[in-house]
Structure formats: C-alpha cells, structure tokens
Ligand binder design. Structure first.
Ligand code: DAH
Length: 339
C-alpha cells in the first residue's frame, strides 16, 4: 500500500509531464487512498482524511498551474512548405531487423546460384512488355488460338503484363548473337514476376514467378537440355531424382515437351506405389527456327533449347506448402516460417 507521501510525489510528477493533467484526479493511486480511509480504525480516520483532502487541494492547484502553462506554451510556428526534418527532427523508423526476405526471394537466389554455377547469365524479366515479345517473336501467329491460353492482361495502350518469362527470349538471343558468331554460346536464364487473368485458387494466382532458360550453340541437343534440367532439379532438392518427359505444345519449341520429376519420398512422395507420382515441373523443347530467325540467328547453323516454369511450384514441393495464395498474401504467420 502506498503512503500519502509516495502518492503525492508520483502524482505531482505526472501532472508536470502530462498534456491532460486533470486526469490525475481520477487516478487509481488517489482512489486507493480513499479506500484506505474506509478501512482505518475510526480514531485514525479524521487525521488521514484531512491529509488526503489537503493532497487533493494541492494536486488541483498544481493542475491549474500546469493547464495555464500548457495554454501559454510558445507554439513553434510550423512551416508546412519545409522538408519534414526542419519541423520535427528525424522521423522514427521501424526497426529494420524485424524485416525478413520473402521466401520467394530467398529461393530465387538459390535457383539463380545453381544456374550461374552452371555458366548461365541471369537477368530479371520485365513486368511490362509488348505483343512482339509476348507472342510475335515466339512464333505465335496473329489471331492464333494459342494466344488465348495465356489469359494475358493488356493496358488500353496495348502494352502487356507478361504472362510468361519467355518474353525475354528474343532479347537474350539478340544480345548473345555476337558472342555466338564469335564461336561462343548463348546461355542465360531470366526470372521474374508474371501475370495471368485467371481465377485464383490453391494452385492458381494472378501474379506468380517463372524462370526461363535459353541455350544456343552450334550443336546443342535435347540430351544436353535434359542433362541441364536434371542437374538443376537434383541440386535444388538435394537428391537424385527420376525424370521423364511427355509431348507438350508450345509454338516456340519443336519438339515441345513437358518435363516431369517423380515425387521423391523425402518430399512426401510414395515411389513404391504403382508407377509413382509424377509432377509436371516445366515446359521445354528445342527452340523453333522462327524464334531464332526473329533474333536474326541462322537456324541452319545454330540450334538451341529453352525451358520455362513456375517458381512457386518448385518452392511448394520443397517445403510442402499446400496453398499457392500464401506467397502473395503477406500473411506474417506464413512468412515467419522462413525466417
Ligand atoms: N512459357 C511457357 C508457359 O508459361 C513455358 C515454356 C514452355 C517455356 C516451353 C519455354 C518452353 O521456354 O520451351 O507456359
């Protein structure tokens, strides 16, 4: 139980610091003095009561004085046209150590690291593009129904929010042409955000990420491509994997393939079950001659392979994430699992 003197010192301090000093009269400390009074033996009550009343009078006059000084405080003129620090001093920033890298950023770094160690350059894809890079340069004929499969967002000015990272193929090919003709090869990946006008559910998002790969030389083969892809997936999941392909149609490759891995036991698969569980990881194939021509590369002399697939799908398998929508959700409970 606090003595009258303790309460007095505390409350007077509060009054001098407060912008609303009158609230002190409703403080618990003061109330507790009144309740002590009712518990005292009758002969002690009168003296204690007087002391409490005297304290209240003292507090009231301190409050009056504080209120008067608050009213009279010199108000600093505020220059609303000045930069913030002139008026207020530096603003307080949230502590940065509480932020973390997004899981996709972290995993993309792993992906980029694997491919750059294999000798691929890595460039980020664009987030706004045009019809030529989205379709024309990739051997999609005008008005071809294959264009509809990409549920592409267009702006009123006919720009495109890219629906795949294949938009970067023509740029990669053009910028690698000199090196190719000097006896080298083109080897690059492009990674970034892509957009589709799709209904959102556990495996579909309007915004997601892809990684595209392009390799061109005088003698690149489909076998080389399967070797590169196998090496990538085995490195990313840290174990040997069974792979297979099946035919797939993409206008920019011939032949076109879907590349699959068997879901390994370590990642929740059951390879002993009849035939295992095959997961389609990406699309790939030998680059169509028209795609090389669109970059002014001679398809009689050079050949190449390309592939492209979703990053979220890779990461979901690695960490057993069941809902694609978590990545864009900003849910802290999800993000903190990757700290
Ligand atoms: N761009 C395709 C898609 O998003 C994926 C793809 C398929 C990329 C085959 C390629 C490829 O480079 O060769 O559906």
């Amino acid at each position: 139980m606090q003595s009258i003197e303790d309460v007095r010192t505390n409350l007077l301090d509060l009054i001098t610091a407060s912008l609303t000093p009158r609230e002190v009269l409703r403080s618990v400390e003061l109330k507790s003095l009144y309740s002590q009074l009712t518990e005292l033996a009758p002969e002690l009550r009168s003296e204690f009561g007087k002391a409490v009343n005297a304290l209240k009078v003292e507090l009231e006059s301190a409050i009056d004085a504080r209120e008067l000084s608050l009213d009279n405080d010199d108000v600093e003129p505020l220059d609303v046209t000045a930069p913030w620090d002139v008026n207020t001093g530096p603003i307080e920033l949230l502590p940065t150590e509480q932020g973390t890298q997004h899981p996709l950023t972290k995993e993309l770094e792993v992906v980029i690291d694997i491919f750059t160690r294999m000798g691929f350059d890595a460039i980020e894809s664009r987030q706004i593009d045009d019809d030529f890079h989205m379709f024309g340069s990739l051997n999609f004929p005008e008005n071809h129904p294959a264009r509809d499969g990409y549920d592409t967002f267009h702006t009123q000015e006919s720009f495109i929010a890219p629906a795949h990272t294949s938009t970067m193929q023509n740029r990669i090919l053009k910028s690698g042409k000199d090196k190719l003709e000097a006896g080298g090869q083109i080897a690059a990946i492009s990674y970034g955000r892509v957009f589709r006008n799709e209904d959102v559910d556990t495996t579909h998002e309007h915004t997601f990420h892809q990684v595209e790969g392009v390799f061109v030389s005088e003698k690149a083969t489909l076998g080389d491509m399967l070797g590169v892809l196998r090496a990538f997936f085995e490195s990313y999941y840290g174990q040997t994997l069974k792979i297979k392909t099946q035919p797939g149609y993409f206008p920019f490759v011939e032949p076109g393939l879907e590349f699959m891995i068997e879901k390994p036991a370590a990642l929740g698969g059951n390879p002993l079950s009849s035939g295992g569980e095959w997961l389609e990881m990406l699309g790939c194939g030998m680059i169509h001659p028209n795609v090389l021509r669109a970059a002014d590369i001679d398809p009689e002399k050079y050949q190449g392979f390309a592939w492209g697939g979703g990053v979220e799908r890779l990461v979901m398998l690695k960490y057993s994430i069941e809902d694609l929508r978590y990545f864009e959700s900003g849910k802290l409970a999800f993000l903190r699992k990757f700290v």
